[in-house]
Design a protein around this ligand. Sequence first.
Ligand code: HEC
Ligand code: HEC
Length: 601
Amino acid sequence: MVLEGTADVGATVALGRSGARLRAFVADEDGRALRIVDVDGGHELAAVPLDGAPSAVVASREGRLYVALADTSRVVVLDLGDDAVPVVRCSVPVAPEPTGLALAPGGEHLLVASRWGHALGVWRTADLALERSVELPRDPYAVMAGDEGREAWVLHLVGGRLSVVDLASGSVRELALGWDVVRRHLGEFTFAPGPGGSWEPRPMISVAHRVAGSTHALARTADGRVLVPAALMTPGGSASPAFGYGSLASPPASGGLVVVDPHARSAWTSEGARAGRRDDECLLPRAAAVDTAHDLVLVACLGADLVAAYDTTGPFAHGLQHYAVPVPAGPTGIAVDTVGARAVVWSQFELALCVFALRHVPIMGMPAVAPRLPLARRIDLAPRAPLAPEVALGRSLFHAADDRRLADDGRACASCHPGGRDDGLTWSTVDGPRQTPVLLARLREGAPFGWDGGSPTLDAHLARTLTRLGGTGLGAPERAALAAYLDSLSVAPSWSHGGDATRVARGRELYEARDGGCVGCHRDGAGDGKSHDVGSRSPRDATGSFDTPSLRGVSRSAPYFHDGRYPTLGAMLTDPASGMAPTARLPADDLDALLAYLGTL
Ligand code: HEC
Ligand code: HEC
């Protein structure tokens, strides 16, 4: 049997056509399996168990399947057997935590984006040899081949950036998916000294930095523009005052599309085009696919549990929602079948695959909310390894966008802590600037919580979080479920990247040195449960004492300190003012060794 893949970009669902039949290949992360579904027949054909949690699958034009396993850091290659069920042919180790896959035009290269590994791998598909590995900034998450295979466009989950990698030279160019919004406050004035020395009223103008967050997926229009569904955030940083989390100068978060022209080297959004229209905000976009026939991009919105169809023609219509399709809970993948004019969506939380018809829905006037369209079909898959009910509830609460119990503006925990980690942003709060901390593997190390150690228990910190977000509150079982979900997250063993063992051993020695070491406060990589004044108070801080942070996963959580003042660990350790220890005077070799050891925590 011959199978033909229909897309070159990996997702949690890939389609392949064999004759007249459409097959869906589903990366079932919870069940650690590849599920094969007969879309026309409406039933599951087989499940292939995998040695890890699959994060993406892509089917080549020749019908070969590539699956990325995020926690065991491998890519598995499968071929179709006689009975049309894929069989594992081989697998290769790749940089830690592969999350994005794409095939370059011609199918000769497989591109692999590794989130924890901060790398793009270029693999030859003929013999699965690594041709090139390119180091990238933090959290490269999704990848697409661009410019006829001469470039790779890598989308970062954190930091609002797209890396454009030249595949021949390995050079990297970065495009920022963020911009300053200047707002004139009509009727509001400030006073400033005029030419004659007297104080004169001036119109009030505020500048807020917007940055694209929750950037998990990218899609390409027929004319070569790249679309990135995003939540546009205004964290406020250390400059602006706030009551909750984020600047008062503009809405803290709203859903939108960022349009990138990789040739013009620019990125923009037409957030303003939607003014006056409410729409169902897509604050946790997870996956995207283009419907070229209707000039729409279909975005799977986690938390809101719908697929939103946005206009891709610009500049004014751009970003308008034409319709929305409610889908089963936890949509993480979407693929378009152009031949059958339908979209296939994978909902991980409810273990269901669903199908809806692609169509044109004209916008008539300016209705507040786009029309809702029905599903054509829903195919339920049998659970393979069900999550504990409490963890499953915690996961859905963690990703619940638009849930007023959690936040008055619809933000979810996952908006700022994607995958239980951090967004790399510093949010302004009433207590001062606070950089989002990593939660994964840290919380079980114990109290207190918050940079200032102000929350004696996790429950107390959840209450503090909901107050800051303006949520109405959660009951005790829901709070326990959130804690159970957070406890279930960890750093996979395959992600350790200290490198050379003697260097790591030397680093450990320095870390544990009696005087000038780090263990006195950062016990075994964890904190000591105490607050210290290391001289890091910033002008807007309510206190100068901070709880010793846990250093689990610290090499992957830039920037550093409660206000994010250091962009890298190296910058922090070489600054005599950091107040940690006399690391500023360490010889370069020892500094490298200490950094290598921190990479193993
Ligand atoms: C707007 C971004 C944002 C959202 C939304 C958010 N957090 Fe946080 N989170 C932060 C920041 C910033 C801190 C540090 C706060 C501080 O130190 O005062 C933090 C701290 C925490 C901590 C303490 C970690 C530690 O080691 O001290 C926990 C636990 C936590 N958040 C869980 C959650 C949960 C659960 C939700 C959803 C209900 C959530 N957060 C929503 C930004 C956010
Ligand atoms: C006196 C106790 C103390 C000692 C000794 C100490 N630290 Fe810290 N460390 C802290 C405190 C408190 C903070 C938080 C400061 C802030 O955020 O303003 C911190 C922050 C950090 C951070 C930033 C974490 C993040 O996520 O932003 C790193 C990394 C770190 N320390 C590493 C080290 C290393 C390496 C050493 C040894 C060379 C060391 N520390 C020694 C108390 C200490």
